[in-house]
Ligand binder design. Structure first.
Ligand code: SF4
Ligand code: SF4
Length: 144
């Protein structure tokens, strides 16, 4: 048995089925509310566990350096801040800076910081023409 073909060489039955499917889909969705979001005109909703821009609580950071060791994207650099006295000892003080323009928000540093100093926020609008604005050096500023 041969199947009828249209001018374009397509099998007629197949073309009709496709058009029928498309019409069904069109009528099915014509009266539904749009599922697309109104962003950037409406406030975006992100999931509770969304991993956005990294942040640090500088008060909790002890300068242990674990975050630098575990970061797979080489975002973190420990900066030497000089020595400070702890009891009778003098110890080297370091604090991390974060070059967030290479951060992939993997969360490894957050998971491994045993002092709970790091967190991933819901902030995701990080596009900038000045990548230096994404350098986070808060932890350097509170070391006395
Ligand atoms: S942020 Fe956490 S892991 Fe990184 S140096 Fe500070 S205390 Fe250590
Ligand atoms: S979230 Fe991941 S990529 Fe970003 S600084 Fe932490 S370990 Fe590095």
């Amino acid at each position: 048995m041969t199947q009828e073909v249209d001018d374009g060489g397509r099998k007629k039955g197949v073309t009709t089925k496709k058009i029928g499917g498309a019409l069904n889909e069109m009528f099915r969705t014509a009266f539904q509310r749009p599922i697309t979001k109104d962003y950037p005109f409406g406030a975006p909703q992100v999931a509770e566990r969304f991993r956005g821009k990294l942040d640090i609580d500088p008060v909790k950071c002890t300068g242990c350096g674990v975050c630098e060791a575990v970061c797979p994207a080489a975002v973190i650099e420990m900066i030497h801040m000089g020595k400070r006295k702890v009891g009778t000892r003098e110890i080297e003080t370091k604090r991390p800076i974060f070059n967030l323009y290479t951060c992939i928000s993997c969360g490894q540093c957050v998971d491994d910081c045993r002092f709970g100093a790091l967190m991933l926020t819901h902030e995701f609008e990080l596009a900038t023409v000045d990548k230096n604005s994404l350098i986070m050096d808060k932890a350097l500023k509170i070391v006395s």
